[in-house]
Write a protein that binds this ligand. Structure first.
Ligand code: TRP
Length: 335
């Protein structure tokens, strides 16, 4: 199989609108990649249901929310093909065939799935669909013929498992039908949650949504963890683990000013309220225009949906071709 062209495939499990952590990481990578490649950007609603059994309306709304977030930050449907996982049924079909190429023991060993289950306190009582979501991800990637997959570190086991399945399939059919892929690890720092306890995530509830109102932004900044030992303005404060400074590093373009604030804070004599006021200003300036664009776009949900239908139809053309080859190699042709 020719790997001459780079096919970028990436996506988000659609469990809710995106937040600043996505903005600092995956969205920046995607904005860059869309300038050179025509990435497939997958709204993983099927995968979301493995995680949110029966929450149909929530997942449906999340698809629209994430699409609005993409458009608001500058993902351009002319440059990126945005598709809905469930609108390309070939992805589900390929998952089903791939399910026979991976053992239950292997699924149970996937470190990301393992830690997600632990976090849910659900280690023993797990939906089959959840345990096997790495297989459906392998199907997404290979059906769309992805070669370069931008992911965060937690998704590396998915890429490894995808390539295992690809090798197994090709070996079984005796032909290189599916291609292996490579992870593109986003090198942007992982943005901490506002509580300073691990990275920002929707599940942990420590996030600032991209669509946050001005008041929500201010409230989040006020609550933000700084340094629990910085009890008086005069005492020296710590930068390490200080969420306000992590955010300033990520979003304040005036790095000279940030360096000054850091020096003053470490020395003592700079109140938390001062660094928070600075961050509030920076975040309001960053998110204000995104929120406005998002609100504009949200006025025409039909346009957003028709863009998604177009993207899904385009992606489907590729998936149909792949499935045709896969099924032929498996002897599943009866005409
Ligand atoms: N697992 C990814 C997430 O949790 C979403 C996803 C589904 C994906 N299919 C994919 C990512 C294919 C990259 C490629 O966000």
């Amino acid at each position: 199989m020719s790997q001459a062209t780079t096919v970028v495939v990436t996506g988000d499990r659609t469990t809710g609108p995106l937040h600043l952590g996505h903005f600092a990481g995956s969205l920046q990578t995607r904005l860059q990649l869309q300038e050179q490649h025509n990435p497939f950007l997958l709204l993983a609603d099927t995968q979301a249901l493995a995680d949110h059994q029966g929450d149909y309306s929530k997942v449906r709304q999340a698809v629209i929310d994430v699409a609005l977030d993409y458009l608001a930050v500058g993902i351009d449907p002319k440059k990126s093909t945005i598709l809905i996982q469930s609108m390309v049924p070939e992805l589900a079909e390929l998952s089903f065939y791939m399910m026979n190429l991976v053992s239950v023991a292997r699924l149970e060993r996937n470190p990301t799935v393992k830690s997600e289950l632990r976090a849910k306190g659900q280690e023993r009582d797990v939906a089959a669909g959840f345990l096997s979501y790495p297989v459906s991800q392998a199907a997404d990637i290979t059906a769309l013929r992805g070669t370069l997959i931008p992911v965060g570190a937690d998704q590396l086991p998915m890429i490894e498992q995808t390539n295992e399945i690809v090798r197994r399939f090709n070996r079984m059919v005796g032909e290189d039908i599916l291609n292996e892929c490579e992870a593109l690890l986003s090198d942007t720092t992982r943005l901490p949650g506002i509580d300073g306890k691990g990275k920002m995530s929707r599940a942990a509830g420590n996030f600032i949504a991209l669509s946050a109102s001005a008041d929500e932004i201010s409230a989040a900044v006020n609550k933000m963890y700084t340094d629990s030992n910085h009890l008086t303005v005069g005492s020296p404060g710590q930068i390490e683990g200080n969420v306000v400074f992590s955010f300033l590093d990520a979003f304040d373009s005036d790095s000279v000013k940030v360096a000054e604030l850091k020096a003053q804070y470490q020395h003592g004599g700079l109140a938390d309220s001062v660094i928070k006021a600075r961050l509030n200003e920076v975040l309001q300036a960053l998110l204000g225009p995104i929120r406005e664009r998002r609100n504009e776009l949200a006025k025409n949900p039909d346009e957003v949906l028709s863009m998604l239908l177009c993207g899904s139809a385009k992606a489907r053309q590729t998936a149909v071709l792949t499935l045709h080859k896969v099924k032929k190699a498996m002897g599943m042709y009866y005409f």
